[in-house]
Write a protein that binds this ligand. Structure first.
Ligand code: ADP
Ligand code: ZN
Ligand code: ZN
Length: 831
């Protein structure tokens, strides 16, 4: 915190900088720009500043102005870290909007937006205290060694102290030195981005003339005796001729030579190794290659989108599954980048598979950059810089890609716009990437947004129906492939003797067999992870729960463990019931793991695989599974949500939805919307290329309205039903929801806090508050939870006022000692 000091008005020509620090500070603070920095400081540059006693941070200059702070004297900016701004003004405006709209600080947005390596981390440095003098007689041996080094060097970093003492336990020594006032600790900033370097192998200049080289190869005694080295040298010369410059690792790999042989040539001064900075991001050729033409229906949609975007900045493309939306996007992207604009193409993280990436790269090669969570921080910085320079014209990325520094953005495509993973839940900023993208487009001149989905969110479809957005429909699949046929399997009528038949019913098994016989592939969808969601005592019904979260534990057979899916804690499987002492446990429900097992029993010859959060942990596991399925190395794929997202498989003719009842029983006002989206998307994986795709749905409610709507592929029916209910109960899109979550270790404290808070808000928002209530999962990571839901009119002014009131009440609550430790988390548009 800034110290309050009396401010004396002096020279009015002083320049001040408002600076964003990547912390949750309530406002941006102001620093003084020293005279000598005036010519070089720019908005958007990183600067080093002091905050508090001697903490240093790298902040970003938000604004330069001449209004001296009223109540304190501003400290000076210490350093300017960038010659050119790292962000554009549009981004600073975006951060400001996000912080206001999603109720967090600009610092929190900055922390999410910048690649970690831009943020600089603090590094402890020991600094010699000049006042200490040079009398070290009081010091013990170790202290003396460090003090002497400090006297000479004036500053030491921790690793250097470790070297001096030849030990990693240096803290006690350092502490004693600080107590004896020999030195103090300074937190310095350290740049953590490291350029990637690689060794290149070059021929020594001594042999660059042909004559010298010939002499070397034919006469040099040192080589005559070293046959292997001679071979390696010849291989090197060959690669150099055919491929140009070669790296050390490529040379060793291609020639099959050993490190020692190469070292021999280097020691003889024949070859030279040179370290060079290289790009982490492989660059393809920079050409655009559109080698397909749109179908008639696609062309019509394409033209309609273009017209629509001249009339309104936002357009919704409602195109059924496999209608060829991606091809339309590709043509649109082409138009924009040919006119010199940049394009951001957003997808849900899971849908960002190598399948999608390859599809785009095929057409746009080196113009396209990919940005997602599996990239290292170093790679992110390189993409960041290339987007900023305008070298990358297209970015394909998940939600965080919207933080990239586009200078000339012309189009944002938000594919699968209905997908809930566009909303970040944890931590702040809790933003919705689709909505943020829409706001972001308004910051650029003439920037358009295309939302695309086979199952639009009610919000977007409502906006389109109110003509706030343009709407383009594409209701046929590409190549006139039929929409998949859905059949219900009524599980109430089946009286299985075999427990496996409760998982895979007989009609479903027959259909799988038929697909196998026809050499087709099958996808089975189940919404749950794990072997069984829970173990249950067969005698008294007791279910093992997580000690921290009060959540039923999921049994993972592969690891032979009970796992809490909320906090990740794992437990040994239960042998004895904690309630009645019985040893008789049953597995009631079934997850993907159990399904795969049953499949292997029934179809021992089929190649099966499972795709869920557990089976695709590694960096590339998800992509590998998809490729393996694409290449027909898998017959039956069992999976959760992951199999749904935007995948394009040509050979799938059967999709099984194993537990529609589970999907229809989420406890949330969006349950029908979600269920429709999920089932329509899963169904969409069937029969994409050759038609006759079939979907079998296991359910005990075959006449459920949502199931009928999916069966008819009738989005409009779903929309009309749902929108009427939303209006009646004042849910979005008719209202805006702010959810407040209260957290504390003590249950009574959190309950009382939520109660008091509700009381305080009731004055103004009596008719808009639901709660306080304990959520279904009322404890997470040892913290008890309470929730308040505010359903507010969609009126910008009222909303702004309400946010202010909430922040004020949080401050009031925290003044009460009993509630100081209660965390209050506002989540705007959270559910
Ligand atoms: P969607 O994203 O709407 O579900 P896709 O874009 O994945 O649909 O298209 C479905 C399939 O049809 C893909 O295999 C795609 O390559 C193919 N396809 C779509 N349009 C064309 C076209 N104009 N020319 C050739 N193939 C196309
Ligand atoms: Zn837990
Ligand atoms: Zn029991």
């Amino acid at each position: 915190m800034q110290e309050l000091e009396l401010y004396e008005p002096t020279n009015t020509r002083k320049v001040f900088a408002e600076i964003i620090i990547p912390l949750a500070l309530p406002i941006n603070y102001t620093w003084l720009v020293p005279q000598h920095m005036l010519p070089i400081i720019k908005v958007g540059c990183r600067v080093e500043v002091n905050l508090g006693k001697n903490k240093r941070y790298a902040g970003i200059v938000k604004q330069l102005h001449q209004e001296a702070p009223e109540f304190f004297e501003a400290k000076e900016v210490l350093n300017i870290l960038d010659v050119q701004p790292v962000v554009y003004p549009q981004q600073l405006l975006l951060w400001e909007w996000m912080s206001a709209y999603y109720m967090c600080t600009q610092g929190e947005v900055m922390a999410a937006a910048l690649p970690a390596h831009f943020k600089l981390s603090s590094e402890s440095v020991l600094v010699f205290n000049e006042e200490a003098g040079e009398d070290f007689t009081e010091l013990d041996n170790e202290e003396y060694l460090v003090a002497e080094a400090l006297l000479i060097r004036k500053e030491l970093k921790l690793p250097e102290v470790q070297l001096i003492l030849d030990s990693s336990h240096v803290y006690p020594v350092i502490n004693r030195l600080i107590q004896k006032r020999i030195c103090y600790v300074w937190e310095a900033l350290k740049e953590t981005y490291t350029p990637k370097k690689e060794d290149y192998i070059l021929l020594s200049t001594e042999y660059s003339s042909e004559a010298a080289l010939e002499l070397l190869l034919n006469e040099d005694k040192r080589l005559q005796r070293a046959e292997k080295q001679m071979e390696l040298l010849l291989a090197y010369l060959h690669f150099q001729k055919t491929e140009g410059e070669i790296t050390k690792s490529a040379l060793l790999k291609k020639s099959g030579a050993t490190d020692a042989q190469l070292k021999g040539l280097i020691e003889k001064g024949i070859l030279v190794a040179e370290r060079r900075v290289v790009d982490r991001i492989k660059r393809g050729a920079k050409n655009i290659e559109i080698n397909f033409s749109l179908s008639e229906a696609q062309t019509t949609a394409f033209e309609e989108i273009k017209t629509s975007l001249t009339e309104k900045p936002i357009c919704l493309l409602h195109g059924v599954t496999s209608s060829g939306k991606t091809e339309i996007y590709i043509r649109l992207i082409e138009d924009y980048i040919r006119s010199g604009k940049q394009v951001l193409y957003m997808l849900p993280e899971i849908a960002l598979t190598s399948q999608t990436i390859r599809r785009l790269q095929k057409h746009f090669g080196g113009h396209i950059g990919v940005y997602h969570s599996r990239f290292s921080q170093n790679e992110r910085i390189e993409i960041w810089n290339k987007v900023k320079d305008g070298e990358l014209k297209i970015v394909l990325g998940a939600r965080s890609a919207l933080f990239l520094p586009f200078g000339n953005l012309g189009l944002i495509i938000c594919d699968e716009e209905h997908d809930t993973s566009y909303k970040q839940m944890e931590p702040a900023p809790r933003y919705h990437a689709r909505d943020t993208a829409i706001y972001m487009s308004s910051l650029y001149e003439d920037c358009k947004v295309l939302l695309g989905s086979a199952t639009p969110s009610l919000e977007s479809y409502y906006n389109a129906s109110k003509e706030k957005y343009g709407l383009v429909k594409l209701m046929q699949r590409y190549g006139n492939v039929e929409m998949p046929v859905l059949e219900m399997i009524d599980t109430r009528r089946l009286k299985p003797k075999d427990p496996n038949a409760a998982i895979l019913s007989e009609p479903l098994c027959n259909a799988i067999q038929a697909s196998m016989d026809a050499a087709k592939q099958v996808i089975l969808f189940q919404n749950r992870r794990g072997y069984t969601p829970y173990q249950r005592c067969n005698v008294c019904g007791w279910i093992p729960q997580c000690k921290h979260c009060d959540v039923s534990l999921t049994f993972h057979k592969f690891y032979n463990k009970l796992v809490c899916h909320y906090c990740g804690t794992s437990y040994a499987p239960m042998q004895t019931c904690a309630a009645c002492g019985s040893h008789d446990f049953v597995q009631r429900q079934f997850g993907t793991e159990r399904i795969e097992e049953v499949l292997q029993e029934i179809f021992p010859l089929a190649k099966t695989a499972r795709m869920d959060m557990d089976s695709v942990r590694g960096k590339n596991a998800h992509d590998q599974l998809i490729q393996s399925f694409e290449q027909l190395n898998i017959d039956i794929l069992v999976g959760t949500q992951m199999v749904v997202k935007g995948l394009d498989f040509g050979n799938v003719d059967l999709v099984g939805i194993l537990d529609a009842d589970g999907i229809l029983s989420f406890a949330d006002f969006r349950v029908n919307e979600r269920a429709f989206q999920l089932m329509e998307q899963v169904s969409g994986r069937a029969g994409r290329k050759h038609g006759k795709g079939k979907v079998l749905v296991q359910t005990s409610q075959p006449k459920h309205p949502v199931l009928m709507q999916v069966q008819q592929h009738d989005y409009d029916a779903l929309y009309n039903d749902e929108i009427a209910k939303r209006e009646q109960f004042f849910y979005p899109p008719f209202s805006r929801i702010i959810k407040l979550t209260f957290k504390n270790k003590i249950r009574e404290v959190v309950q009382d806090a939520a109660q008091i808070f509700t009381g305080a808000l009731s004055n103004r928002y009596k008719d808009h508050i639901t709660g306080p209530a304990e959520p279904v999962i009322n404890r997470l990571r040892n913290q008890y939870l309470m929730e308040i839901l505010l359903k507010l009119p969609r009126n910008a002014k009222a909303l702004e006022q309400c946010k202010k009131d909430i922040l004020y009440q949080i401050a009031v609550l925290h003044q009460e000692p009993r509630y100081k430790s209660v965390t209050v988390i506002p989540d705007v548009d959270g559910i």
